[in-house]
Design a binder for this molecule. Structure first.
Ligand SMILES: [N-]=[N+]=N[C@@H]1[C@H](O)[C@@H](CO)O[C@H]1n1ccc(=O)[nH]c1=O
Length: 245
């Protein structure tokens, strides 16, 4: 594909990376490692601004009946309907357009967005979006310039999830296991695992896979650095990035 290198738009249109995978697969750790490795890169005399946001910030508000079910571990937070797709799409589109955005912080103890706490996402070079269903919604999936799927065994994920939910999210063992068997496991198989096919790169074993992470970081560096890399087209405020092959 020919590419005439246009000057970058005056606003920073970030390189969007989606990271999906089952709960406790290591998504957040993979993101942290990529950010650390990219952020240290001294490109164009300025440090690469690399930020990551969680799909969990876009859990929708629950009504009274749903809140009661959630408090008993009887609400399915692993189903696509639990997320506010429109809000997430609009926020990512604004980020894509180089706008500064404020997104909620999710509180797992209250099963709701923290009232007076938001994260401000400033225009950045790279924005990583991680979530169990990051690739489920087509309109959101199509925004990503790179899609990573972290493929960790489900027994390893459960072994990590149990202590995390008990120690960090104030739950008891029986509730955690019931929620896993009734919701987390079936929803992973029905909604998350099928999205693996959309990934550009599948990372077996997650954050321990240093080779995979180094390869990904180097690829992103090359893309961000290369002279003949991107052709920007602005359409409806979206920025489509086509790299020439
Ligand atoms: N329960 N459950 N499963 C979801 C899902 O596996 C994971 C997504 O990051 O967070 C979990 N999750 C989400 C909202 C919530 O209030 N509590 C919670 O544990």
């Amino acid at each position: 594909m020919n590419s005439s290198c246009l000057t970058k738009t005056e606003t920073k249109s970030p390189f969007l990376i989606g990271v999906a995978g089952g709960t406790a697969c290591g998504k957040s750790t993979v993101c942290k490692n990529i950010i650390e490795k990219l952020g240290q890169t001294n490109l164009d005399e300025t440090r690469r601004q690399v930020v990551s946001i969680s799909q969990d910030s876009f859990y929708r508000e629950l009504n009274a009946a749903e809140k009661i079910k959630a408090s008993k571990g009887q609400f399915n937070f692993d189903h696509p309907d639990a997320f506010d797709e429109v809000f997430m799409f609009q926020t990512l589109t604004d980020i894509q357009a180089g706008k500064t955005c404020s997104i909620p912080v999710y509180n797992y103890k209250t099963n709701s967005r923290s009232k007076n706490e938001n994260i401000v996402i400033y225009p950045a070079d790279v924005v990583i979006v991680e979530g169990i269903l990051a690739f489920y919604f087509p309109a959101i999936r199509d925004l990503f310039h790179m899609k990573l799927f972290v493929d960790t065994d489900s027994d390893t994920r459960l072994a990590r999830r149990v202590p995390r939910d008990i120690n960090e999210r104030g739950r008891d063992l029986e509730q955690v296991l019931n929620q896993y068997m009734n919701f987390v496991k079936p929803a992973f198989e029905e909604f998350c695992l099928p999205t693996k096919k959309f990934a550009d790169i599948i990372i077996p074993r997650g954050a321990e896979n240093f080779v995979a992470i180094d390869l990904i970081v180097q690829h992103i560096r090359d893309l961000l650095n290369s002279e003949h890399c991107t052709q920007y087209e602005l359409s409806e405020g979206l920025v489509a990035v086509h790299t020439n092959n």
